[in-house]
Design a protein around this ligand. Structure first.
Ligand code: SF4
Length: 281
C-alpha cells in the first residue's frame, strides 16, 4: 500500500489555491478568444477583449482574476491503494486552503455561521470537500474556487420523467434568465441530470471541471449539450449582460441513474472566471 503524508496534501492544496485564482485554464482562455471573434455585438466584443486582457494580466502577474476568490470547493479522487498518514484528509485540505489563501493574499470569503453572526472565518476555511474512492495508487485533487455571484444562481428542480428533454431545457433557460448579468457572463454551465437531489447538484458542479473542448462521450448527451448552449445563447444576455450572442461558452452535462419517478435537474453556473486547477499525487 502506498503512503502519502498529510503534509503532501497540504502543500498540493496550498499550491492550487494561488494557481486557480490567477491562471485561467487554457481551454477557457481559448474559448473567450473564439467568443470575441464570433460575437456579433460590438459592446459584447469589447467586453470579451477586456476579459481577455484581465486574464492575461492576472496570469502574468499572478494576481487574482477577480476580487471574489471564492469558496474553495475541492474534489478528491482517492486511490484505494493509498494510505494517508498524519492528519485527516479534511484537516489537510483545510490547512492547505488556509496556507494557500494566506500566501497568495487571496480574499477570505467564508463565514463560520451563515444566518445570525456571519463572522468571517479569517482563513477561507472550511473548504467544501467531495471525496470519491477510486481504483489505483494515485490521488487526484481539483480545486474549484466558486464565487458567490455565480454560485447564488445555482438551481435545482425535481422534474418527473414525462418532462423529458424539454423540461431540462426549460430549467437551464430559467436558471440563465434568473442569473442574467449578476453571474458575470459569459458562463460555463454545468448541468446534472438524474441521481437524487444532492447528487444532481454535485454532478452539475463536477461538470464545470470538464474541458469546454471535450465532447460528451454519449452522442445523445453531446447533442443535448449543443442544444442547451443554443437555448442559452438565444437569450441575448451576452457578455456581462450588455447584450449579444455569447452568453455561455459551453454547457457540460453529467448524468446519473435516477429513481423511476424522478428526473432531477441541477444547474451550476460558472462566471467568466471559470477557475479550477488540479494535481495528481
Ligand atoms: S461571479 Fe465570478 S467574476 Fe463575478 S464577481 Fe463572482 S467570482 Fe467574480
Amino acid at each position: 500500500m502506498r503512503e502519502i503524508k498529510s503534509v503532501e496534501i497540504v502543500q498540493a492544496v496550498a499550491g492550487l489555491c494561488g494557481k486557480a485564482a490567477c491562471a485561467l485554464p487554457a481551454d477557457i482562455l481559448a474559448g473567450l478568444q473564439r467568443a470575441r471573434d464570433a460575437e456579433e455585438s460590438a459592446q459584447g466584443r469589447a467586453i470579451l477583449q477586456e476579459l481577455l486582457e484581465n486574464a492575461a494580466l492576472a496570469g502574468s502577474k499572478m494576481l487574482p482574476l477577480c476580487q471574489d476568490t471564492g469558496l474553495a470547493v475541492v474534489f478528491v479522487d482517492w486511490g484505494q491503494a493509498v494510505r494517508l498518514s498524519g492528519a485527516s484528509l479534511e484537516e489537510a485540505v483545510n490547512e492547505g486552503v488556509r496556507r494557500g489563501y494566506g500566501e497568495a493574499f487571496l480574499r477570505k470569503s467564508v463565514v463560520n455561521e451563515p444566518l445570525f453572526e456571519r463572522k468571517n472565518s479569517g482563513d477561507n476555511t472550511p473548504a467544501i470537500i467531495h471525496l470519491r474512492q477510486v481504483p489505483g495508487d494515485r490521488v487526484k485533487i481539483v480545486l474549484c474556487p466558486k464565487g458567490g455571484g455565480c454560485e447564488n444562481k445555482s438551481m435545482l428542480r425535481m422534474l418527473v420523467p414525462a418532462d423529458g428533454v424539454q423540461g431540462v431545457k426549460r430549467v437551464v433557460h430559467d436558471a440563465v434568465l434568473a442569473a442574467g448579468a449578476g453571474a458575470c457572463p459569459p458562463f460555463v454551465i454545468g448541468v446534472g441530470v438524474g441521481g437524487d437531489s444532492e447528487l444532481a447538484m454535485i454532478n452539475a458542479k463536477r461538470a464545470l471541471l470538464r474541458s469546454i473542448d471535450e465532447i460528451h462521450p454519449d452522442p445523445r448527451y453531446a447533442r443535448l449539450e449543443e442544444e442547451l448552449l443554443a437555448v442559452v445563447n438565444a437569450t441575448g444576455i451576452g457578455p456581462q449582460g450588455f447584450g449579444g450572442r455569447i452568453t455561455a461558452l459551453k454547457v457540460n452535462v453529467e448524468f446519473a441513474p435516477a429513481h423511476i419517478a424522478s428526473l432531477p435537474v441541477a444547474v451550476s453556473i460558472n462566471c467568466h472566471a471559470a477557475r479550477h486547477a488540479g494535481i495528481v499525487i
